[in-house]
Design a protein around this ligand. Sequence first.
Ligand code: ZN
Length: 314
Amino acid sequence: MVAGERLARYGFPEGHPFGLDRHAAFYGEFAARGLDKRVRLMETRAASREELQSFHTPQYLDLVAERSRTGEGYLDGGDTPAFRGVYEAAADVVGATLLACEEIMAGKARRAFVPIAGLHHATRASAAGFCVFNDCGVAIEMLRRNHGLKRIAYVDIDAHHGDGVYYGFEHDPEVIFADIHEDGQYLYPGTGREDEIGRGAAAGSKLNIPVPPGADDAVFDAEWPRVLAHLRKFSPEFILLQAGADSVAGDPITHMRFTAECHQRAARDLAGLAEELGHGRVVGTGGGGYNRINIATAWTAVVQGFVEAPGLGS
Ligand SMILES: [Zn+2]
């Protein structure tokens, strides 16, 4: 797992739902369950400008760097405020996801989790929805660039549609996308209709599953096999999971009613699928989640799912 003080610095001040206490909310439960004895912990590193530029435009990186110096204004229309050092904090989040991927590609880890990551709304050219840099987008580009991977899967069970990843790769047939989210008619960002399946050569590589407000575990259990079947069709060489805790009942800004069981099942099944595919490569990210108890239970459930899936040896 990549976690610690540096990663904890990504958050927004003054009562913002994406506050600075999210890492501690998770880590307390992680340690209380004794998972700190079973999981190797690493401190993050900063993603370089070159790595960030594999996904983001140079103009956007310049804008974040400038606002990071002054700490003033917003990085988007009003959801994502700048603060002093926001560039560095956001680059550390991307670095954490990249480090998790590198450890796996180097054979030093079988699977990994990164709590304050999975910032799925950031587009190639802008911040959005509390997300400054899109760590999963950068990770997909860097896995291809450094390791020549051809088919990378991105699975998202956050309440919000992973629009930054979807539109970032909408025309790209090599990114296998599957996303269960609250129907965009009722929740930000409003996208992710069932008929958004990718465009051009990528048509069919993307699966969007909008579910109604109040969707519970029975809905998840009914839809989840479609995600696994979609991935199986493409035999991905690496799997990224965005396991947002805001799809759990009681989140203050969404309306879904999953329990953390869904997060545990998603983690366990994707780790199992990765084993079945012969490589075992899966990285989970924490994504959204604004109820601190749900952050604690859903994210530890992901770690638990990874720990109990087959393939780790004795
Ligand atoms: Zn979310």
